[in-house]
Design a protein around this ligand. Structure first.
Ligand SMILES: NC(=O)C1=CN([C@@H]2O[C@H](COP(=O)(O)OP(=O)(O)OC[C@H]3O[C@@H](n4cnc5c(N)ncnc54)[C@H](O)[C@@H]3O)[C@@H](O)[C@H]2O)C=CC1
Ligand SMILES: O=C(O)CCC(=O)C(=O)O
Length: 399
């Protein structure tokens, strides 16, 4: 695949979090990487909260090295024609491993046992005897034969469900929007249920792997806890906002929830009993950080240099192999006759189209047009101005 030669003036990428060097290396030759950049062409980030950021007109894309995009104002980006990418599945194995690690460790009371043991440090030669006498406080439960409820059977949830089956668990899964790919990947031993209530009623352990949405916000509340088995263990490696903290505190105090294992501690959570707080380590493995950074950097580079789109949240996946011809990309509303109006205008300038593609995603669509000729006329301000006047066009770009 050809890539466009960038202008003598290199474009800038602004990282908002620590991004693995392997990802930044992909961009190093063609771009200036500058954390202080005022007007970057692209932004790379992990969990940085972008909601209060204003965007300059030349910002083309934001790439999230990770899965969750609730830290990015996606709707505003769409209105401004800024593509928002994430890296589906790139950190899923890391999260899965931590979920299963903490599931087993919590079930065996390992965290409490380790904390208690550390406090014996001043007892000298009595320590071995104290250990033997005290260990009965930490008798745990084996997970084999117990039921795990998995809410959200995407990249992480499906992996957790499949491996939990291998560990001897009965697995119940709930995901009303499961993708065909994920359904194919799911072990046949995972019992899919059509209502979350059915999952709540049967699960000894519940792990949640959905994005934070209006539907999932505070889904773990008193009403939900009332439907769960007493002493259920809840694992939350998705987002803290999925849980109503006040209700969780009460459910833990009453033993309704036995333990709450969360990757998203806050002040209220840290004050609760029977919480296992983890400092958002789900995706923090060397492999996952590299996978995410490489994927995000490649997608960002490809979009900036060729206009092709892979794994954007708000743009449709669109690929027209880049041959070095002059190219026009248009992000527009997904309504009838947009392509007709664009091609009509181009024909008025005698511009012959060599190839084109148009894809839609919900309310928006994206069109890439390659021209037969590389004439400078294609870039003429007049054409740009007229394109902008077509109602429904959000952003145009000549490459
Ligand atoms: N702790 C950490 O470091 C990490 C946390 N995450 C969090 O985990 C979430 C899931 O990540 P992935 O599995 O990679 O995403 P994914 O997009 O592959 O899977 C999400 C699944 O949730 C399902 N879903 C959506 N709404 C639902 C609902 N109301 N009820 C049941 N299922 C629903 C979707 O159909 C999809 O199958 C992310 O959105 C993010 O918030 C992701 C990666 C790392
Ligand atoms: O980058 C990280 O460490 C956080 C990952 C995460 O939460 C996500 O991918 O949604």
């Amino acid at each position: 695949m050809k890539t466009a030669i960038l202008d003598s003036h290199k474009q800038t990428i602004k990282p908002l979090n620590a991004i693995s060097k392997k990802g930044l290396k992909i961009l190093a030759d063609n771009y200036v990487i500058n954390e202080q950049a005022e007007e970057p062409a692209g932004i790379l980030l992990r969990s940085f909260n972008m909601h209060d950021m204003k965007f300059k007109a030349n910002l083309l894309a934001i790439a999230r090295a990770g899965a969750g995009v609730n830290n990015i104002p996606v709707e505003r980006c769409t209105e401004e024609g800024i593509a928002v990418f994430n890296t589906p599945g790139a950190n899923a194995n890391a999260v899965k491993e931590l979920v299963l690690t903490t599931l087993m460790a919590a079930s065996r009371q390992l965290f409490d046992g380790i904390a208690w043991t550390r406090r014996l440090v001043s007892y000298g030669e009595n320590i071995p005897g104290l250990v033997e006498a005290g260990k009965k406080q930490f008798i745990g439960k084996e997970i084999s034969g117990k039921t795990l409820g998995v809410i959200g059977l995407g990249a992480i949830g499906a992996r957790v469900a499949n491996d939990a089956v291998e560990l001897g668990m009965n697995v119940v899964g709930f995901d009303p929007f499961i993708s065909i790919d994920m359904a194919w990947n799911l072990s046949r031993s995972v019992k899919r249920v059509l209502s979350i209530e059915e999952l709540y009623a049967s699960a000894d352990y519940i792990t949640v792997h959905t994005p934070l949405t209006d539907q999932t916000k505070a889904m773990f509340n008193q009403t939900a806890f009332n439907l769960m088995k007493k002493d259920v263990y809840l694992l939350n490696f998705s987002r803290g906002e999925l849980v109503n903290d006040q209700d969780m505190g009460r459910a833990l105090d009453h033993g309704q929830v036995g333990k709450y294992i969360t990757d998203f501690p806050n002040e209220a959570v840290l004050k609760m009993n029977n919480v296992i707080p983890i400092p958002h380590l789900g995706a923090s493995s060397k492999e996952s950080e590299e996978n995410c950074a490489i994927m995000a950097a490649r997608q960002l580079k490809d979009y900036i240099e060729t206009g092709n789109v892979t794994n954007a949240i708000n743009f449709p996946n669109t690929n027209l192999p880049y041959t070095g011809r002059k190219r026009l990309t248009v992000f527009h509303l997904n309504v009838p006759n947009m392509v007709g109006q664009i091609t009509k205008l181009l024909s008025e300038y005698q511009l012959n189209i060599a190839d084109m593609v148009n894809r839609g995603k919900q309310d928006h669509a994206y069109t890439i047009i390659d021209f037969e000729t590389n004439s400078e006329q294609i870039m003429s301000e007049k054409i740009v101005k007229q394109l902008k006047q077509i109602e429904g066009i959000v952003k145009t770009r000549f490459i």
